[in-house]
Design a protein around this ligand. Sequence first.
Ligand SMILES: *Cc1c(COP(=O)(O)O)cnc(C)c1O
Length: 377
Amino acid sequence: MKIPFNKPYMTGKELWYIAQAHSAGHMAGDGAFTKKCQAWLENSIKTRKALLTHSCTAALEMAAILSDIQPGDEVIMPSYTFVSTANAFVLRGAVPVFVDIRADTLNIDESLIEEAITSKTRAIVPVHYAGVACEMDTIMGIANRHNLLVIEDAAQGIMSTYKGQPLGSIGHMATLSFHETKNIISGEGGALLVNDPRLAGRADIIREKGTNRSQFFRGQVDKYTWVDIGSSYLPSEIVAAFLLAQTEEATYITQRRMAIWDTYHNELGSLEKNGFIRRPVIPAECVSNADMYYILLPDAKHRTELISKLKELSISTVFHYIPLHSSPAGSQFCHIKRELPVTDDVAVRLLRLPLWLGLEEHQRRVTDAILNTVVKL
Ligand SMILES: *Cc1c(COP(=O)(O)O)cnc(C)c1O
């Protein structure tokens, strides 16, 4: 049997909820299922306001608009991230400024942020890589001292915590992804979390094409009209119905993923001890959601060889990211003022292993293949 890299998990209730949305006759956004999902997010993440979006990319674009980014403003972020983290701000005319990552968590190196701040800096976007929190106390401290907004890219961080606080509840805003490669899914999907009360009202308007439609439905205005810039960022009820089924099993899904993560970590411990690989590091103050399990090989050549050996054994593994600063668009749109040695080094050596519910019965095959192959590379 082929072992895929990812296999979306279905709880079994998705179609039942979609049928209910269908028979309720409300197919557009912001119906009962959207409200239930948003209430779930608000309760479990302890965020002031959760708004479902059609992707994390959309939520990042909303966050960029809400940050009131002007052309030429600078936004500090890691280069080792998904393109949308940067693209959302580039669309507003901002310039991403890249800061290197920490060698242990691969998250933005908080000790390098302050020296990247200029008079044009408006925001910091920490990305919680692999569901492991960035050093948020330090980052919030820097942001407060310099009057900057913090937008957590928590695409990979649902159900993770930092010093007991859920990821997504710490910054002024945060974004989540429900893409099928994430832990809790709706195919495509996401959410914007607004923790700063000053931003909550405008968030509704931007998500509703720049209209005050939400205020109209709440009876706060007597007609609805165009009041601001905006776009259509909301998902349909069909997507929200699917997502609600997933949220109901969020704890179960996370626990099973954590067990698979732990198995990898234990089984591959001897390889790390003997210097063949490096395993993920989770600081004591962080609880991870087992979004991914990765290993670091000694160099790019070892990684290429391991991928092809595993492929011969029908085991699919993937790597990411091409650092944004070394991409064609990155060099066009971003400031690349400083060397990013850790980013450059990690990007060519990191390998992500299969992690999905149901892998348990095949995981021995993956760990055996790695144990046997890596020592011979
Ligand atoms: C997946 C991901 C995104 C984009 O999510 P979509 O829902 O596919 O738009 C953004 N940032 C990070 C860090 C991600 O992992």
